[in-house]
Design a binder for this molecule. Structure first.
Ligand SMILES: Nc1ncnc2c1ncn2[C@@H]1O[C@H](COP(=O)(O)OP(=O)(O)OP(=O)(O)O)[C@@H](O)[C@H]1O
Length: 305
């Protein structure tokens, strides 16, 4: 008897995959919560796809385990209802319509035909249901892939690089869909090396580099923990006087001549300016974005392999 999952928590514990030449994944542990969109981030070759394939029992680990709702994928009683996944850009028979493609998948999986139309509706492809796959744009192909993954109404949805090739409107659409599915209590795990997109799409992030965990938490936590201090941007007609009043503070000049200060808060800069009698024309704290944090975190970790 297989196990029916009652919640969709994904637990990865000590997961390891060594190939002859490379430790693709190396003692990786993290937990993915239901009801949230989690971004799985890492530079090219970090081991994201290998990890997702191990979670889905498509690659066998050298060591460690991955479970979904407490069970290994291989032990799930109803894997189609437990987990939906899109690992590569979706492909279908070129001459087949989107709807027929989904119906073929339904038939193979023992699902009713009606699921095909429901899944098309979910991803906004109803108007293109009767068009042939060869005429689908990349964005429509991504949508069809997600529709196929959702046919079994799974608790967990795993998408490898789903935002690849989407335009800004497509990414907004993807965000809305993933947030909706997470709002229904599903677990959504989305890999990417495109961090600016993940900052839009994800509630939580797991960052890996060279097969190892680098950071995990909410987007805000990861930015905070990274210790990438914010930069204070200030413009004044008397920069030297201000710097003199801010003894020992790191500074550089921005493109437009503004001072960029690190290791100091905007309040401290304002107070120092008042004490020194220096006029301030602009004073802004620039929050580091996920992209910056990611580059700092993964730097020097053999990021590109
Ligand atoms: N079947 C395999 N045999 C040997 N090496 C492999 C195999 N699969 C992956 N690798 C290597 O393992 C490392 C991790 O690859 P993986 O595809 O998991 O990374 P990734 O983070 O998904 O990268 P990308 O964003 O480029 O897809 C890479 O160095 C890759 O070359």
């Amino acid at each position: 008897m297989g196990n029916v999952i009652t919640d969709g928590e994904i637990v990865v514990s000590g997961l390891t995959k060594h190939y002859k030449q490379v430790k693709a994944v190396d003692g990786l542990s993290f937990t993915i919560q239901p009801g949230r969109v989690t971004g799985f981030l890492g530079p090219n070759g970090a081991g994201k796809t290998t990890t997702l394939r191990m979670i889905l029992n498509l690659v066998s680990p050298t060591a460690g385990t991955a479970t979904i709702g407490g069970s290994r994928y291989a032990d799930l009683a109803e894997p189609l209802h437990a987990v939906g996944a899109v690992l590569e850009a979706s492909s279908a028979h070129k001459g087949r319509t989107g709807r027929n493609h989904l119906r073929v998948v339904c038939a193979a999986a023992g699902l009713p035909d009606s699921r095909a139309d429901e899944a098309l509706e979910l991803v906004g492809l109803t108007p293109a249901a009767k068009r042939k796959f060869k005429g689908y744009s990349l964005g429509m192909r991504q949508r069809l892939g997600i529709a196929a993954a959702m046919l079994g109404d799974p608790r967990v949805l795993i998408l490898d690089e789903p935002a690849n090739g989407l335009d800004p409107e497509g990414i907004r659409w993807m965000r809305d869909l993933l947030q909706k599915l997470a709002g229904e209590g599903r677990t959504i795990l989305v890999s990417s090396h495109l961090l600016s997109e993940m900052e839009l799409l994800a509630d939580d992030v797991v960052i890996i580099a060279a097969g190892r965990l680098v950071a995990q938490g909410t987007v805000a936590e990861v930015i905070g923990k990274a210790g990438t201090a914010g930069t204070v941007r200030v413009r004044t007609p008397h920069p030297d006087t201000l710097l003199g009043a801010l003894d020992g503070i790191g500074s550089s000049h921005g493109d437009d001549g503004a001072l960029l200060l690190t290791g100091v808060t905007a309040e401290q800069v304002g107070d120092a300016a008042l004490r020194a009698g220096v006029a301030i024309h602009e004073l802004v704290t620039e929050r580091p974005d996920l992209e910056r944090v990611f580059l700092d975190l993964t730097a020097g970790k053999e990021a590109i392999r």
